[in-house]
Each structure stands twice: as structure tokens, then as C-alpha cells.
Design a binder for this molecule. Structure first.
Ligand SMILES: Nc1nc2c(ncn2[C@@H]2O[C@H](COP(=O)(O)OP(=O)(O)OP(=O)(O)O)[C@@H](O)[C@H]2O)c(=O)[nH]1
Length: 380
């Protein structure tokens, strides 16, 4: 069992004062830098520190963003997938110390732009699991840019591109000004099939309202209220069969700000005609459990899943009703790494069922549910 998964068994109190970190990913040339350069000019975004990972020698991205932000750091260590964990930790620690010492302005948000070819998972692992980072920063969300002109082709050809879209909390379609409307509609359907919960937004030359992109995380630090419902978006997965009979099928769109496009879960895998092989490997679904869970059974189930299928668990997010706690516990995992569970002070709504969202590669809902039943029964 990977040692990192042990964290599943410790429940931490939430610390809402940590600085939010957004991970901006998206395929090569999909408009990440264009988006970021515009974003940091928004008044509400002035206090943003930007960390850019360059693949190659030319730090052009850095210069472009640096014009408008003093807090830009260039990571020049190559591809994030392979080398950057140590560098990212050092950079973030350094950034935080400089902020404390007053050497740089008091930034209140960090955006990490990954290289276009990167799998965002290692960055997420670092944010979730390095003790020094996790004490000061919290993952707000993953923003993925998809090129409206070239995106479909990139999804066809590059597994990384599919993963980037599948794990996103927000998807931004770029270059919609030069894309054919039918192609754009097709791409939107495809993305909604890959990742039903991520709101799809559009940006032309990086122009977008930051309100829709940020604060996707567990907490809104200004209100200190749990934002789990927004983060989980369990309702977006629609067909929720299995562990509870309920009529929660009214997709709660509309409360997530402008730019959300309606995607009522159509375009799912089973309409396979316009699917390619990468998409077919991705499943996104929400498990709902009516009865309170025994924490031990839950933890064993997840640890076993991680041991057997870790690399294919692209993202797991959940709000749990556990017997041992009057208030809900929030869990969040990426591949083999689990964020220490967080106990909320109160339920965010009247819905007190456990809801767990899975985004997987080649692991079916049936497999996961069968394992769940085995562990639940074993723990009775
Ligand atoms: N027409 C049009 N062009 C865009 C738009 N957004 C970005 N571009 C152009 O697309 C090209 C790539 O944009 P970048 O922002 O550099 O993309 P990137 O994702 O940072 O690229 P890498 O760092 O290479 O991965 C640039 O020439 C941009 O001017 C858009 O909305 N419309």
C-alpha cells in the first residue's frame, strides 16, 4: 500500500485561512498564457502570484505575465510530470516566506500554469500532500483551457489532453471567435460527456470574468462557508442509480454564474459514434449512499481501490455522512494520493447523503460499487 494513502485515516480540521491555489492546464497552444495575462489585469485579480512552468529555454510566457504582475515566478525545470515536485515546493515556500517578510506584495491567490504537455496530477499531489505546502496553501481548483479549433483533434491524439479535460473543475474554451459553430457545439458536447460537472466557459483572447473561474474550492475564505456543493456538483452527473432511491435528477444549473452551458449529461459514453478511443476510457459518475458510512469501511475500500487501481483514479471527490461524525467529512483524491479528509462544521444543505464523484480511466462504476458493497458488508 502506498504510504501516502494512509492519510485517508486521519481527519483534519479545516483551515480556511490557507491561500487558494488554482492549477491552469491545457494543451500546447490552447491559450493558457493569453488567459492568464488578461486575468491578472482584472481589478479583483491584482493580488495574484503566478508560477509558470516552462518547457524549454525561452521564458516568453514569464515576460508576458510579468508586465502585469510582480509576483511571477518562473520554474525552468522542464516538464512538471517528471522533475518539478521539489522545485514547486521550493518555489511555493519561497513565495510564502517573501510574502511574510514583506519582500513582495501580499498576494492572496496563486495560479500555477503547467506546460501544455503536462499531466496535472503531480502538481495536485504536491499541493495536497507536502506538509509545508498544505499548511499554507489549499487547492482551489483545476482550470483547463481547450482550443475550440484544435481541441477535438488534440483529444483524439493525446491522452494528456483528455486527462486535462477530465480532471478539470472549470473548462475554458478558447479561440471560439475563429471556430466553426457546428464544430464548437460538437466539442462542447464531447467535453460535457468527458466531464459532466465542469462548467464550460468561453474566452476570446483571454477575456473572461474571473468570478466564474475561481473559488471553486472547498471554502470561500471570505464567507468561511463550505462551498462543497459547488465544488462537487454531484447533480451534474444525472443518472444516479445504485445506492439510494431519490429524485435528484433536476440538474441544478443556473446557480453557477454566467458562461455555464447547459449540458444535461448527454453525450455520454454509450452514444459511442462520435467517440474516439481516449474518451471511451474515461468514466465520470457520482455514487450516492443513503445510510451513514462506517469510516473504517470507507477508508479500507478507498485504500484498496488505490492499491489496485491508483493511476486510473483520475479524481475522487466526496462529501460523506460518517457514523463517527455529526457533521460531514470531505474527501479528495488524485490517483494514489489522498488529501487528508476535512471535517466540516455543518452540512452545507439539507441533503445529508454521502455523495462521491469518480473520474476514472478504465474503471467502471460497477467495479467500484461492487467493491464498496464488499467492504460495507464486511464492516457491519
Ligand atoms: N483567435 C484567437 N487566438 C487566440 C485566442 N486565445 C489565444 N490565441 C492565440 O493562440 C496562440 C497560443 O496562445 P497561448 O496563450 O500562448 O497558449 P498557451 O496555452 O499558453 O501555449 P503553450 O505555453 O505553448 O502551451 C497565441 O498566438 C494566441 O494569440 C483566442 O481566443 N482567439
Amino acid at each position: 500500500m502506498p504510504s501516502e494513502s494512509r492519510n485517508v485515516t486521519t481527519v483534519l480540521a479545516a483551515n480556511p485561512t490557507r491561500l487558494p491555489v488554482s492549477v491552469l492546464t491545457g494543451f500546447l497552444g490552447s491559450g493558457k498564457t493569453t488567459l492568464l495575462s488578461r486575468l491578472v489585469r482584472h481589478p479583483g485579480m491584482a493580488n495574484t502570484a503566478v508560477i509558470i512552468n516552462e518547457f524549454g529555454e525561452i521564458g516568453l510566457d514569464h515576460l508576458l505575465v510579468a508586465e502585469s504582475s510582480e509576483n511571477t515566478v518562473l520554474l525552468n525545470s522542464g516538464c512538471l510530470c517528471c522533475t518539478v515536485r521539489g522545485d514547486l515546493i521550493d518555489t511555493m515556500r519561497d513565495l510564502f516566506l517573501k510574502r511574510v517578510r514583506g519582500e513582495i506584495p501580499e498576494f492572496d491567490r496563486v495560479v500555477i500554469e503547467t506546460t501544455g504537455l503536462a499531466d496535472p496530477a503531480p502538481v495536485l499531489h504536491t499541493l495536497m500532500n507536502d506538509p509545508l505546502i498544505a499548511a499554507r496553501f489549499r487547492l482551489d481548483g483545476v482550470i483547463t483551457t481547450v482550443d475550440a479549433v484544435n481541441g477535438a483533434d488534440q483529444l483524439d491524439r493525446h491522452q494528456e489532453s483528455v486527462k486535462q479535460a477530465a480532471v478539470a473543475d472549470r473548462i475554458v474554451l478558447t479561440k471560439t471567435d475563429i471556430a466553426a459553430p457546428e464544430a464548437l457545439a460538437g466539442l462542447e458536447r464531447r467535453l460535457a460527456g468527458l466531464n459532466p460537472a465542469a462548467p464550460l466557459m468561453r474566452a476570446v483572447q483571454g477575456e473572461i470574468d474571473p468570478a466564474g473561474l475561481f473559488d471553486a474550492g472547498l471554502y470561500n475564505p471570505t464567507t468561511k462557508s463550505p462551498d462543497v456543493e459547488r465544488w462537487l456538483r454531484a447533480e451534474a452527473y444525472g443518472d444516479d442509480h445504485g445506492h439510494g432511491d431519490h429524485g435528484h435528477g433536476d440538474h441544478g444549473h443556473g446557480d453557477h454564474g454566467h458562461g455555464d452551458h447547459d449540458h444535461h449529461g448527454h453525450g455520454h459514453d454509450h452514444h459511442g459514434h462520435d467517440r474516439n478511443r481516449h474518451d471511451d476510457h474515461i468514466s465520470a459518475f457520482c455514487m450516492t449512499v443513503e445510510e451513514p458510512l462506517a469510516w473504517e469501511g470507507f477508508a479500507t475500500w478507498i485504500e484498496t481501490l488505490i492499491t489496485l487501481r491508483g493511476p486510473d483514479l483520475l479524481r475522487i471527490k466526496g462529501i460523506l455522512n460518517v457514523r463517527e461524525s455529526d457533521t460531514p467529512v470531505v474527501v479528495h483524491g488524485v490517483q494514489h494520493v489522498f488529501h487528508p479528509p476535512v471535517r466540516l462544521e455543518a452540512w452545507p444543505s439539507d441533503d445529508h447523503r454521502s455523495r462521491i464523484v469518480f473520474i476514472t480511466r478504465d474503471v467502471s462504476r460497477e467495479t467500484i460499487e461492487a467493491m464498496f458493497e464488499a467492504y460495507r458488508d464486511a464492516s457491519e
